[in-house]
Write a protein that binds this ligand. Structure first.
Ligand code: SF4
Ligand code: SF4
Length: 406
């Protein structure tokens, strides 16, 4: 039998994995040789602040096993929904578990979210707001569609709705609507255009990639957005998509192909950091100005752990004259999540804040003057504790520093 796509699977498909759970706890801790201190040895944000095994990758397997064997029912514990939705979808559990056992606690946990929706126990009120907004406005932030092109008003970019567009810059809902984050995509568009990359945008017709929906387990909404997006890409003749949002990138590149019965995918997807690293190698990006600054890099989970982009942004930073890159204890596939993903920032803002606060502390301990990342959602979440602390450390998007140096 052909292997089922991820979004065809139900919790029943994880029965064997759930029974075979090794109870080794690698889903809660840093992988052995990466541990540098007891302070930063943990990896699962959900478990870190709850300290019950149920709130971990292992816990998801135990719960799924018990539900499948009818040891308890969906309505027997009020904590069930809480356990499923405190997960930031960071993928740390799965990264470590797969090293040992070929088990997928995150994918199983996301299938559990879908089952809870089917049972009428989810979405949580905060998540319902996001999903209703997607249904009404094609974005999760209740913003009028017409506003989506505002960020690009002065950039004179090609309109993919009106002419053939082989290279699409997919802005993403969060940076397009949040004035605090707009600079990320403005920078990228300026850099790409300046290097002669002929990008176009869907402007006010760009619709949500569906990442928030699938991370919340709402497959129906996600499947519909995937089909609509692919149809639009095909119509415009898109061959390459460049995006800045780590969530959009993960969805477009890895989640789209996992949806059953979709139109053929004929485009390649790139994160701005990988696209721009290629431009740097080709000599199309040149850094001519020095930036004397010690920085540390925060790996966004959805480009890093989920998609393997670790070196590209680091190589860009190292190529900027004057920049000194110092590393935190938890990096790359053992990186610490900023806490925003999986709908956690919306439904559990305290948890999202604590994760970000911990990341800031870890960053400061490197001696860096600035924290750099390249995901608008991480940037938004990491900015909260920094604002509360009176901007005790600088926070940049990768493209801020690139543009300064060019
Ligand atoms: S989920 Fe994986 S890593 Fe966690 S206890 Fe089970 S087997 Fe070990
Ligand atoms: S995806 Fe992240 S937050 Fe969710 S259970 Fe795994 S390690 Fe914990």
């Amino acid at each position: 039998m052909p292997k089922k796509k991820i979004y065809e699977r139900t919790i029943e498909d994880y029965r064997e994995q759930a029974w075979g759970d090794a109870r080794c706890n690698w889903c809660q801790n840093q992988w052995g040789w990466n541990v540098k201190s007891s302070k930063y040895n943990e990896i699962c944000p959900e478990f870190r602040y709850k300290r019950f095994a149920a709130y971990s990758g292992m816990g998801k397997f135990h719960i799924i096993r018990a539900l499948l064997e009818e040891d308890f029912d969906y309505t027997d514990s009020e904590a069930l929904v809480d356990i499923a939705f405190r997960c930031t979808s960071c993928g740390a559990c799965e990264m470590n578990c797969l090293r040992l056992t070929e088990k997928e606690p995150l994918k199983a946990g996301e299938a559990l979210k879908t089952r809870l929706i089917e049972k009428g126990l989810a979405p949580l009120p905060a998540h319902k707001e996001l999903l209703t907004s997607i249904a009404n406005y094609d974005n999760p932030w209740k913003q009028p569609r017409a506003q989506k092109a505002q960020w690009a008003k002065e950039l004179n970019l090609k309109n993919a709705n009106e002419e053939k567009c082989e290279i699409l810059f997919f802005a993403g809902c969060t940076p397009a609507f949040d004035p605090f984050l707009k600079h990320d995509i403005v920078n990228s568009a300026k850099i790409l255009k300046g290097c002669g990359v002929d990008i176009g945008i869907f402007a006010d017709k760009e619709i949500c990639c569906g990442s928030p929906a699938i991370r919340l387990g709402d497959r129906e909404t996600f499947f519909s957005l995937v089909k609509r997006n692919i149809e639009e890409f095909t119509k415009a003749g898109v061959k390459e998509i460049i995006t800045q949002c780590a969530g959009c990138y993960h969805a477009l590149k890895y989640d789209f192909p996992e949806v059953p019965n979709i139109p053929e995918i004929t485009f390649k997807v790139y994160h701005v950091s990988e696209y721009m690293e290629s431009l740097l190698k080709e000599g199309k990006i040149k850094f001519t100005k020095e930036i004397p600054l010690t920085v540390t890099w925060h790996d966004p989970c959805h480009i890093g752990r989920h998609c393997g982009i670790y070196e590209e942004p680091r190589n860009i930073l190292k190529a900027i004259p004057g920049i000194k890159l110092v590393e935190m204890e938890r990096i790359k596939d053992q990186g610490w999540c900023c806490g925003a993903g999986g709908g956690v920032r919306a439904a559990y803002p305290d948890l999202a804040f604590k994760c970000a606060e911990e990341r800031i502390e870890e960053a400061k301990e490197t001696g860096a003057e600035a924290l750099v990342t390249c995901c608008p959602y991480c940037e938004q979440n990491l900015a909260d504790p920094l604002k509360a602390q009176g901007e005790s450390m600088k926070l940049y998007d990768l493209t801020d520093l690139m543009l300064q140096a060019m």
